[in-house]
Write a protein that binds this ligand. Structure first.
Ligand SMILES: C[C@H](N)C(=O)N[C@@H](Cc1c[nH]cn1)C(=O)O
Ligand SMILES: [Zn+2]
Ligand SMILES: [Zn+2]
Length: 479
């Protein structure tokens, strides 16, 4: 295999500028799934993926998913599936990624235009929304195909690709599609690989075997018929924002402790075996400070910090729709405000039980306010946590590829973020799922100035290709 991989690696290096150009074109399409006005761009990005894949010789299908639930004026973007190769003597690997991105506005504080890939030649940092989450990794698979073709190296496996456009909005419609296609498009898969998370630091690669789930809520408080003048009506009416802020501040304390009764009891106890795992992970508090961009950590020690990210639930307050947020001093009483918060869930939390506990808490606190306003809690979307076995040939193949490309053994990690369909793929295919990250801890996914380091992108393309070669070699045994 070594000469084949050498030729493939040389080709990736030779094509690196054209791979960066492909990423620039993708970043330039603002495929923000959470903003109605960007829905045509999400479709455009789906078309871009389909056209790039067709040019590489893959069999591509765009699957419409129908109307968006609760937003029937919007069509869901298509799932793009593609097959590259159908040789029965080869293994078949299914890869998944998403072509939608989080919102990004210049006024959020970006130093460069979010939808223009800006390469800082001195640091190798490539800034742009979606560069690391998840356009860089998704294009990594396409680039790996192209480099094999150009280098004249036989592609080692049959590749099934599944790219969606709603991941950042709860993967609407995808679970049903995957279950429908379990015995169709996905039936040949021998293993699944997802590249959509990050290293723990900036130097050591990792393989990931767990994710937290995510229950995302909106909490609406309404009262007056329209926004009011606070001079005229302040002191005469129950104010929705006052109620909302009280309820939101009752959910979690400043140390991150969730204050909702019953949540702690749902969390699986920590075992001694698990405690021992944390000490060997290459992660320091300085890694955290670097990726936080500050020293505002909740805990001073590594193990508690990793547990806080991986295996305990957390509750984050995200924002308030309808609140006055512009510069200046508008003296308004907003008539309707919608608070947004989410709970990252872990084993053994069940979505329905979490929502029941949240509803009970909100009802209790709101009743205590004795307000005449109306308060409504809604679960916007939920995605389940996932923990898999890393003792499977899929992980062994990936570990060999990491050692080959990066010269070190990868850490085995869990991820604090969520990829809701991971569990669905596991259940639909009955096969092992591996998370193989490309980007690093300082990439700032979901934040301002999101970036992917040039080194992680180019070596990441080599890693994805090498992984497929090692998969082709691994003896078939379930782990
Ligand atoms: C880890 C992955 N790249 C990611 O960013 N996932 C999102 C998915 C999401 C959106 N709403 C709920 N889950 C995340 O973890 O926020
Ligand atoms: Zn994301
Ligand atoms: Zn992502």
């Amino acid at each position: 295999m070594a000469p084949q991989l050498d030729s493939f690696f040389k080709q990736v290096d030779a094509m690196s500028e054209s791979f960066i150009d492909r990423l620039s074109k993708a970043v330039a399409i603002p495929s923000v799934s959470a903003m109605d006005e960007h829905r045509p761009d999400v479709f455009k990005m789906g078309e871009f993926m389909a056209s790039e894949l067709r040019n590489l010789g893959a069999e591509v299908t765009l699957h419409p998913l129908g109307k968006q639930p609760h937003k029937e004026h919007l069509e869901l973007p298509p799932v793009v599936t593609a097959r590259y190769g159908s040789d029965p003597s080869k293994r078949t690997v299914l890869v998944y990624g998403h072509y939608d991105v989080q919102p990004a506005l210049m006024e959020d504080g970006w130093a460069t235009k979010p939808f223009k890939l800006t390469v800082d030649e001195s640091s190798g940092r490539m800034y742009g929304r979606g560069s690391t989450d998840d356009k860089g990794p998704v294009l990594g698979w396409l680039n790996a195909i192209e480099a094999h073709k150009k280098a004249g190296v036989e592609f080692p496996v049959n590749l099934l690709m599944c790219f969606e456009g709603m991941e950042e909005y709860g993967s609407e419609g995808l679970d049903e599609f995957i279950m429908r296609e379990a015995k169709g498009f996905f039936k040949d898969a021998d293993a699944v690989c997802i590249s959509d998370n990050y290293w723990l630091g900036t130097e050591k690669p990792c393989l990931t075997y767990g994710l937290r789930g995510c229950n995302y809520y909106s909490l609406e408080v309404t009262g007056p018929g329209a926004d009011l003048h606070s001079g005229v009506f302040g002191g005469t009416a129950h104010e929705p924002m006052t109620d909302l802020v009280r309820i939101m501040s009752s959910l979690v304390d400043p140390d991150g402790k969730i204050l909702i009764d019953g949540i702690d009891e749902m969390v699986a106890p920590i075992t001694d075996q698990e405690k021992a795992l944390y000490k060997d992970i290459a992660f320091t508090m300085d890694n955290l400070y670097e990726s936080l961009g500050s020293k505002t950590a909740l805990f001073d020690d590594k193990a508690r910090t990793l547990m806080g990210r991986w295996r305990f639930p957390s509750l984050s307050l995200h924002g308030i729709e309808g609140a006055f947020s512009a510069p200046g001093a508008k003296t308004v009483i907003p008539a309707k405000v919608i608070g947004k918060f989410s709970i990252r869930t872990v084993p053994d939390m069940e979505s329905e039980a979490v929502t029941a506990a949240v509803q009970k808490h909100v009802d209790k606190v709101f009743a205590g306010l004795k307000s005449k306003n109306k308060c409504t809690l809604k679960l916007q979307h939920d995605g389940k946590w996932w923990v898999a076995s890393p003792n499977h040939w899929n992980f062994t193949a990936a570990a060999k590829a990491v050692e080959h490309v990066w010269g070190v053994k990868p850490d085995l990690t869990r991820e604090g973020g969520s990829i809701p369909v991971t569990l669905t793929f596991e259940e639909a295919t009955g096969k092992n799922v591996l998370l193989l990250p490309m980007g690093s801890s300082t990439d700032g996914a979901h934040s301002i100035n999101e970036k992917l380091d040039r080194r992680n992108y180019i070596e990441g393309i080599k890693l994805l290709g090498a992984y497929l070669h090692y998969v082709a070699e691994e003896p078939m045994r379930e782990g």
